[in-house]
Design a protein around this ligand. Structure first.
Ligand SMILES: Cc1cc2nc3c(=O)[nH]c(=O)nc-3n(C[C@H](O)[C@H](O)[C@H](O)COP(=O)(O)OP(=O)(O)OC[C@H]3O[C@@H](n4cnc5c(N)ncnc54)[C@H](O)[C@@H]3O)c2cc1C
Length: 504
């Protein structure tokens, strides 16, 4: 740990999800005096887990760790923990039964992207002609290079419009792209930015053959990763205060924030990192005069967040499930859902006599108001729609976690309101899975990476300590680099020779 001695600088981090814990850990290791303020009762944010009164483990939805999550995997190596299952295969179901099986892509002979994804994915029903209708879309995949210009070009239209423009068949859209959007961006295609859709699909599926391979935690992420991580943060000198909801900041001279306000407590700060989700940041900006005077923070009210629902069902008998993770489509018009065989994934359920199944619903607004007694039979009915043996099984216990306005909504037109890592204040930095960054990762990996980026901004600003090394995403394959280079050249020639008259 770097010693800063007398000159310890105070940093306040707000929000203890992946982003806030990542920033806190790195800055504490560099000798900063870091206080992490978390509104909830536990660290973990959207990934928090806890025990019910009856001693059952539940969590805010099951979280997968995809092949490109290099920074998170490097963190768990540094913490010397082995929280993950082996890489798993997954399936997709509709009310007609099994639709798609994905192999372990890294175990298959390597083909240039996206050939492996196209050839090795085993579709049970979707005709070849529908799958081939995705080919013209490859131009948009090449054209969207995660630059600010590419975001501006594609963010104004919906993902559904994009797929329509490129001639994707109705069936491919309904049975493949829309389910991926519901699970990856938590919203149906007509409510997703085309830019976000292209970025997400490229990162998780298309960039390299093994990218869609996923592993899970061998228990709740809270137990497996956050508990040991929090211990090491505290050993490094970081202070984590739960049940501390930030409501305001104190503005000093020269565009700097000097303190963070939490109810009737005030925490002095040489630098501040916000690591809260969109809904949380909107509330802080609304209640803080210093923040709401800046248009960047005021404009956050143009952003949205999506409801999700996480349920866990304990059955009286074992029901056979082919693969541990499964995504489903065709059951609800605007809600996606997934189910997980926790007997296969979580150590604590391996010898359980009955099946323990997690069922998570995304864009679940119409389900949130149901009480548990109304909800559980609907969940069981959906499960039985995929695997009929669930119809006869009895639910002996259930946990329900409702998460209103929980996840970032990458709606069309939202890009201009997403904040970058820096703010109008010299010593305030932003992080989280909704921040505009050039790294190219998504979800948990993005949240963690932006936390490290914010820590590095603090180090540059306050001038003490070593920056965190952040692994870039795996580079584009050579043919994609070539196609992107040619496309950029043609685009810039056209932009120079044509008047800026038409809508971009
Ligand atoms: C059901 C579900 C399934 C998901 N599945 C996956 C998956 O399989 N793989 C994947 O990579 N990602 C998945 N995600 C997304 C992933 O959870 C998020 O991308 C990631 O956790 C975001 O981390 P974060 O640090 O940006 O924010 P958060 O986890 O939202 O943390 C923000 C923290 O700020 C706190 N906070 C808010 N307001 C205040 C305040 N005023 N004062 C103090 N603290 C405050 C909150 O309590 C919270 O703890 C899923 C999400 C859900 C809900």
């Amino acid at each position: 740990m770097a010693a800063i001695g007398e000159d310890r600088r105070k940093v306040v981090v707000v929000g203890a999800g992946w982003a806030g814990l990542g920033a806190t850990y790195h800055l504490a290791k560099q000798g900063y005096e870091v206080t992490l303020l978390e509104a909830g009762p536990y660290p973990g944010g959207l990934v928090a887990g806890w025990q019910t009164a009856g001693g059952r483990s539940v969590e805010a939805g099951i979280h997968g760790f995809w092949y490109p999550y290099r920074n998170i995997f490097s963190l768990t190596d540094e913490l010397k923990i082995q929280p993950f299952t082996p890489w798993t295969q997954s399936s997709q179901y509709s009310p007609h039964g099994l639709e798609v099986e994905s192999p372990l892509f890294q175990a298959m002979p390597y083909l240039p992207s996206p050939l492996g994804t196209f050839l090795y994915t085993r579709f049970q029903r979707l005709p070849l002609v529908d799958r081939l209708s995705a080919l013209p879309l490859l131009y948009a995949v090449v054209d969207f290079d995660n630059s600010p210009e590419a975001w501006q070009r594609y963010d104004a239209i919906t993902a559904r419009e994009l797929f329509k423009q490129y001639g994707v068949s109705a069936r491919l859209y309904k049975e493949s792209f829309e389910p991926m959007l519901l699970v990856g961006l938590f919203a149906p295609g007509e409510q997703c930015s085309a830019a976000a859709a292209l970025g997400m699909l490229y990162y998780f599926i298309l960039a390299h053959q093994p990218d869609f391979d996923v592993r899970w935690c061998r228990g709740t992420v809270g137990e497996q990763i956050f508990r040991p991580w929090v211990q090491q943060i505290e050993q490094a000198g970081g202070r984590i205060l739960a049940n501390h909801r930030v409501t305001n900041v104190v503005e000093g001279a020269e565009n700097q924030i000097t303190a963070v306000v939490c109810g009737d407590e005030t925490f002095e700060a040489d630098a501040v990192i916000f690591a809260v989700g969109i809904a949380g940041m909107q509330k802080i900006a609304a209640s803080s005069p210093a923040l709401r005077r800046r248009s960047e923070f005021r404009n956050l009210s143009n952003l949205g967040a999506v409801d999700v629902l996480a349920t866990r069902l304990w059955f009286d008998r074992k029901v056979h499930i082919t693969h541990p993770s499964n995504a489903c489509f065709g059951f609800h018009p605007t809600t996606g859902w997934t189910f997980f065989d926790l007997n296969a994934l979580h150590d604590e359920y391996r010898d359980e006599p009955g099946s323990v199944i997690e069922v998570d619903f995304y864009h679940a607004n119409q389900l949130l108001n149901l009480d548990d007694e109304e909800l559980i039979p609907l969940v069981q009915r959906d499960l039985a729609g995929c695997i009929p043996a669930f119809r006869q099984a009895q639910v002996v216990d259930a946990g329900v976690v409702r998460l209103p306005r929980a996840v970032s909504h990458f709606a069309p037109g939202s890009y201009r309101y997403l904040l970058p890592g820096t703010t109008p204040f010299k010593n305030v930095f932003m992080s989280g899975d909704w921040i505009d960054t050039r790294h190219g990762s998504w979800s948990q990996e993005k949240a963690y990476v932006t936390g490290l980026e914010a820590a590095n901004q603090v180090i540059t600003t306050l001038g003490l300590g070593q920056p965190a090394s952040i692994l870039p995403i795996i580079p584009d394959e050579p043919h994609i680099q070539l196609a992107r280079g040619v496309n950029r050249g043609v685009r810039s020639l056209l932009e120079q020779s044509l008047p800026a008259f038409w809508l971009p």
